[in-house]
Design a binder for this molecule. Structure first.
Ligand code: NAD
Length: 252
C-alpha cells in the first residue's frame, strides 16, 4: 500500500455520489471476529455444515448450533472498528450510497449507518428464526434449551426448524436482499470491495456485475483476490489503515 494509491482512492471516492461498498469478513478481523480463510481463521478449524445436512438430522442441527455458539462468542460485545467508522463517514458525506455486506455481525449498523443503506446478503447472526413460519427466536433462548435437553429446540409457534438467521452453504440466497444488492450495484458510480477474498459466490458476482456494467472496481484487501484482474485499482493493505486515511484526505 502506497500513499499514491491512497490518494488515488480518495480522489475517486471524492468524485463518487453513489458508490457501493461491498464488505467481507476482513473488515471485522480487527474487531476480534476471525475471518474464514486467513491462517487460523474459523474455516481452518471447522468445515461449514451444509444446509441440507442441517435440515437432515437433529444431531447435525445440534452440532451446527454448538459451532454457531463458538462463533457467536466473538460477535457478542464486538465493537465497530476504524474501517466501519470510516465507511459510515463516507455514507454521511454522500459518497457511499449503499453497503452490501457478506458479514453477519451487524457492525455497519453499530457504526451508525442507517439500516436502509445496509444490505445483508448472508443474513444476520444476532438472532434466529423459524424456517417454516419465520417467527423470530432469540439465540440465548436456543442456547438455554439446547443446554437443558441436548436437543435443538423447535419453533414455539409452529414446531418448525429454528436456525440462526444467517445463510448457510447450500441455502437459497434471500430474494429481497439479492434484488436490493443488484439494484444498488447497477446504480453505482464506483464499486469498492473491502476485506473480502471475493471467492464466495453468488456474493462475489456483484463486483463482477459492476465491471460488466462499466462501473470501476476498487479492491482493498490484505492479500490478492481472485478478482484483482477486474479491478482498476487494487490496494493490498489493512482496511483499518486504508479507509481512515481516505477519510482523513477528504477532510484536508
Ligand atoms: P474471507 O474469510 O473469505 O476473506 C476475508 C479476506 O479479508 C481475506 O482475503 C483476508 O486476507 C482479508 N483480511 C482479513 N483481515 C484483513 C484486514 N484487517 N485488512 C485487509 N484485509 C483483511 O471472507 P469473505 O470474503 O467475507 O467470505 C467469507 C464468508 O463468511 C462471508 O460470506 C461471510 O458470510 C462469512 N463470515 C462472516 C464474518 C463476519 O460476519 N464478521 C466472519 C467470518 C465469516
Amino acid at each position: 500500500m502506497s500513499q499514491a494509491e491512497i490518494e488515488e482512492l480518495a480522489a475517486r471516492v471524492q468524485r463518487a455520489t453513489r458508490a457501493v461498498a461491498f464488505t467481507g469478513a476482513g473488515i471485522s478481523t480487527e474487531c476480534g471476529i476471525p475471518d474464514f480463510r486467513s491462517p487460523g481463521g474459523f474455516w481452518s478449524r471447522h468445515r461449514p455444515i451444509e444446509f441440507k445436512d442441517f435440515l437432515g438430522s437433529e444431531a447435525t442441527r445440534a452440532e451446527a448450533w454448538r459451532r454457531f455458539f463458538a462463533i457467536r462468542q466473538s460477535l457478542v460485545g464486538a465493537k465497530a472498528g476504524p474501517a466501519h467508522l470510516a465507511l459510515a463517514e463516507l455514507v454521511r458525506r454522500g459518497h457511499v450510497a449503499s453497503i452490501i455486506t457478506q458479514n453477519i455481525d451487524g457492525l455497519h449498523a453499530q457504526a451508525g449507518v442507517e439500516p436502509g443503506r445496509i444490505v445483508e446478503i448472508h443474513g444476520n447472526g444476532t438472532y434466529a428464526h423459524c424456517l417454516s413460519c419465520g417467527e423470530r427466536h432469540e439465540i440465548d433462548w436456543v442456547e438455554a434449551q439446547l443446554d437443558a435437553s441436548g436437543l435443538p429446540p423447535a419453533c414455539v409457534v409452529c414446531g418448525g426448524i429454528v436456525k440462526a438467521a444467517t445463510i448457510s452453504f447450500g441455502q437459497a440466497m434471500p430474494d429481497q436482499a439479492m434484488a436490493d444488492a443488484r439494484a444498488a450495484t447497477l446504480d453505482a458510480d464506483l464499486f469498492l470491495a473491502i476485506g473480502s477474498s471475493l471467492s464466495v459466490f453468488p456474493a462475489a458476482g456483484f463486483p463482477v456485475l459492476a465491471t460488466r456494467n462499466r462501473t470501476p472496481l476498487v479492491i482493498v484487501n490484505r492479500e490478492a483476490t481472485g478478482l484483482d484482474g477486474l479491478a482498476s485499482l487494487t490496494i493490498h493493505g489493512e482496511v483499518g489503515e486504508v479507509l481512515p486515511a481516505v477519510v482523513e484526505l477528504l477532510h484536508s
